[in-house]
Design a binder for this molecule. Sequence first.
Ligand SMILES: NC(=O)c1ccc[n+]([C@@H]2O[C@H](COP(=O)([O-])OP(=O)(O)OC[C@H]3O[C@@H](n4cnc5c(N)ncnc54)[C@H](OP(=O)(O)O)[C@@H]3O)[C@@H](O)[C@H]2O)c1
Length: 261
Amino acid sequence: MLYGFLGCGNMGGAIAARLSESTKDIAVSDRSGKARATAKKLGVTYTDTVSVARDCDRIFLAVKPQMAAEVLAPLKPMLALRKPLLISMCAGLELSKVRELAGCALPIIRIMPNTPTALGQGVIPYCRNSLVTDRMLAAWLVDMQPCGLLDALEERLMDTASALSGSGPAYFYMMVDALADGAAMCGMPKAKALTYAAQTMEGAARMVLETKQHPAALKDAVCSPGGSTLAGVAALESAGFRSAVMDCVTAAYKKNKDLGK
Ligand SMILES: NC(=O)c1ccc[n+]([C@@H]2O[C@H](COP(=O)([O-])OP(=O)(O)OC[C@H]3O[C@@H](n4cnc5c(N)ncnc54)[C@H](OP(=O)(O)O)[C@@H]3O)[C@@H](O)[C@H]2O)c1
C-alpha cells in the first residue's frame, strides 16, 4: 500500500479524502472502528495499525499528540524493519520526539494542516528530518497538492503555525457566528446572516491575498470618516478586539509548547 493512516478522525480523514481522489492505494486504521465508515465512503481499505505499519510506504500519524506514544509503541519492530516515511500531524511534537516515539531513525515529515484541507483549501506548513530525501519529499508534495497550500517552514515556527493556521478555522467560525448573531439582533434571519458573514470573510481574505495591500489599508478603504463602519470598528477597539485576538494566538502557542514536553 502507498499511504496508511494511524488514526483517521477529523484531520486524518480530511487528508485521506483528498488523497483518495487520485489513488485508492490507501489504508486507514483507528481504535474504535469508526474509520471503517470513512474507508467505505472513500473507497479505501480499513485495517488495523499493525497492518498499516507492515504494508504502507508512507504513513500519516493522525492521532492526538497524547496518544502518539501508545499508538507507536507496538509498531516499533515493524517500523525499524521497514523504515517507511512517517508523516506526523501531531501538534507540538517535534521531529526528534516523533523519532524517539517511533523507536528508530526513519524519514519523518512534520506537518501542521488545518480542516479546510477537506475542501482543498488547507494551509499545510511542513518540515522534515535529514532522512527525507529531496526525491521522497518531491513525490509526497505532488500527491499533497489537492490538499491546499503546502509551505516549507523552519521547525522552530511550527508551533506558531499551529496556533495561527492550524487552530485558525475555529477562531474564524466564532467570528462568523458572532457577526451573524449581531445581524440577527438587527432582524436578519440567522441562516442568511451566516451566509453573508462567511462570504464576506472569504471575500475579504481574497482581497488580502490578491491585492497584497496591508489589511489596515484595506480596512481604511471601507471606513468613511464619520461613517457607520468606523462606528463598528470603534466598538471592536473599545472591546479590546485586537489584543484579544493576539492573546488567542499566543495562548494556543503556549499550549502547543506544553504538548511537546
Ligand atoms: N483537528 C484539527 O483541526 C487539526 C489541525 C492540525 C493538526 N491536527 C492534529 O491532527 C491529529 C489528529 O487530530 P484530530 O482532530 O483528527 O483528532 P480526532 O478527530 O480525535 O482523530 C483522532 C484519531 O486517532 C484515532 N486513535 C486514537 N487512539 C488510537 C489508538 N490507540 N490506536 C489507533 N487509533 C487511535 C481515533 O480513533 P477512535 O475514533 O477509534 O478513537 C481517531 O481516528 C492531532 O495530533 C492534532 O494535533 C488537528
